[in-house]
Design a protein around this ligand. Structure first.
Ligand code: SF4
Length: 273
């Protein structure tokens, strides 16, 4: 049987205005996560050892890790561009964020304002964060039929997380946030990327599958475990587990060469109820 990889756009509204800079279409691998994104801050206080963002932004890592600051003119620019999207009839889901975390440990009041501006202009939104229950402050802004809440998880173990993500919320706190959003009827998803330890990622799915609507499965690149991990076996074990538990999942491009023949890998599914 032929391998089938079907990219499906949620509702056809994930198009971007090409000249827009603040609400933009992420290129490359980031595009697998969302058709649209925005980054309110520069820097991030989570200090993840595997973070690639300082390199992408050509920013000094120490400065990046010092904490996040609102980008100059960000909210004004967001308002202007949101208006243009609305006028063009584009109302896709905008993800926060690829180059920072919307619930970093500093002042995140601009995140709330960002979500409000997006909603006022009929755009959907999704937050991807390692800030855990810090995000609950904004829970009431999320709409069941438009928005999503997501978290990255690499382990259930606090010590492991402290080693790799020293400033982020502990794993149990991230799970508590996912559970709460789920209880409120908000679509939830988890990014299992980077996969730092295969057994840990499998354990996360076993632990949290009841309140996570979608799993995005990736690998680790340019890290010590990259060369010593059997990614083919990981891909197969993860698919088997997700199928056993009956949970929706997407295998990212890096692992797609290991997909079993005939496997249907849906890149875009609606990330809202
Ligand atoms: S939370 Fe994201 S942006 Fe912030 S340091 Fe970690 S990987 Fe980088």
């Amino acid at each position: 049987m032929q391998r089938q990889i079907i990219p499906i756009h949620d509702d056809g509204s994930g198009q971007a205005i090409s000249s827009a800079k603040t609400i933009y279409a992420p290129a490359g691998q980031a595009g697998e996560y969302s058709p649209l994104a925005t980054n309110p801050y520069r820097g991030c206080g989570h200090g993840c050892a595997y973070c690639y963002v300082p390199k992408v932004l050509r920013m000094d890592r120490a400065e990046f890790d010092q904490g996040a600051t609102l980008r100059p003119g960000y909210l004004d620019s967001l308002r202007r561009e949101a208006k243009r999207y609305q006028a063009a009839g584009l109302h896709g889901q905008v993800m926060l964020s690829f180059t920072t975390d919307p619930y970093h440990p500093g002042d995140t009041s601009a995140t709330r304002e960002t979500l409000q501006i997006l909603a006022e202009h009929d755009l959907g939104f999704c937050t991807l964060t390692k800030g855990g229950t810090r995000a609950l402050r904004d829970l009431s802004l999320f709409r069941r039929d438009r928005d999503a809440f997501a978290s990255t998880l690499t382990s259930l173990d606090d010590a492991f997380s402290l080693k790799w993500e020293r400033g982020a919320a502990p794993p149990a706190d991230r799970l508590a946030a996912l559970k709460r959003f789920h209880e409120k009827g908000i679509f939830t998803w988890v990014s299992l990327e980077p996969t730092l330890d295969v057994e840990s990622s499998l354990a996360i799915v076993r632990e949290a599958h009841a309140y996570v609507d979608l799993w995005k499965i990736g690998r680790a690149n340019y890290l010590p475990m990259t060369g010593r991990t059997d990614w083919e076996s990981y891909t197969h074990r993860m698919i088997e587990l997700c199928e056993q538990l009956g949970v929706a999942h997407y295998v990212k491009k890096d692992l797609q060469k290991y997909l079993p023949d005939g496997y249907v890998n849906l890149m875009r599914v609606p990330q809202h109820h």
